[in-house]
Design a protein around this ligand. Sequence first.
Ligand SMILES: NC(=O)c1ccc[n+]([C@@H]2O[C@H](COP(=O)([O-])OP(=O)(O)OC[C@H]3O[C@@H](n4cnc5c(N)ncnc54)[C@H](OP(=O)(O)O)[C@@H]3O)[C@@H](O)[C@H]2O)c1
Length: 256
Amino acid sequence: MAEFTGRTALITGASSGIGVDIARELAKQGANVVLVARRADRLETLATELTALGVQATAVPCDLSDAAARTALAESQPNIDILVNNAGLGVFGMFADAAWDDLANMLNVNITALTHLTHLFAKPMAARGYGRVLMVASTAAFQPVPLYAAYAATKAYVLSLSEALNVEFKERGIKVTTLCPGTTASEFFDVAHHKKSMMVEKTMMTSEAVAKIGVDALVAGKSSIVAGVANSLMAFGTRFSPRSLSAALAYKIMKP
Ligand SMILES: NC(=O)c1ccc[n+]([C@@H]2O[C@H](COP(=O)([O-])OP(=O)(O)OC[C@H]3O[C@@H](n4cnc5c(N)ncnc54)[C@H](OP(=O)(O)O)[C@@H]3O)[C@@H](O)[C@H]2O)c1
């Protein structure tokens, strides 16, 4: 029997990229899936695809930047065993030149929505004594990243929150796994208005590979996982280099 047979997973950001492939991987693990994002047509298409695998798949369109919508989402889904906080976005470019509304939306989705959903769903999970949470952070969580300054800071928040909650939640039967992808082919760069450099293009992983690594780590109950060998080495390397040097190197890599 697959690991999550009969369990129900809610996946945010299931209309594109890594979220679509995490939903596919969880369906392969036997989980019923609740697919959340704003683009309803894409969620419906994925729900049809996953239903054919023999699990229940439900499309629930929701704008996660809206606090009332998040609360309504949790109220409409009282039996979630697995929460995947994947929805997120980046704002690329010089911090001083960015529009405040874009930065505020990113902080809201990447930090506030993720924290609020975890709070909303952890309570019923704790009451049932079972829960799994997959947080999608980034290798940007390990170091400062000029031109993605605020984005990288949101991901450092996600990693720190998740690692602390994994310890806190243990006695309630909830495990938290943090997935840290490096650059991954998806709509992320278009949304961030980032024209990719050759270096970024060359080092990209597929969303399928990243999602499989994340769900495998979730199944294994790991606290955190970096996607891919090269990204793991890079993340490990940040422990030994001064943060100012890591920041300068990241600037070189990110600069178009
Ligand atoms: N791609 C990379 O290089 C990379 C690297 C490290 C980490 N990550 C992280 O991986 C996660 C997934 O990103 P991706 O690469 O798969 O990018 P993507 O293809 O752009 O997907 C982002 C997803 O987030 C959803 N989303 C954004 N704002 C939302 C909102 N207000 N309400 C509901 N859903 C919202 C989008 O759905 P709608 O637009 O339909 O709402 C979409 O499904 C993000 O947290 C990202 O930071 C990505």
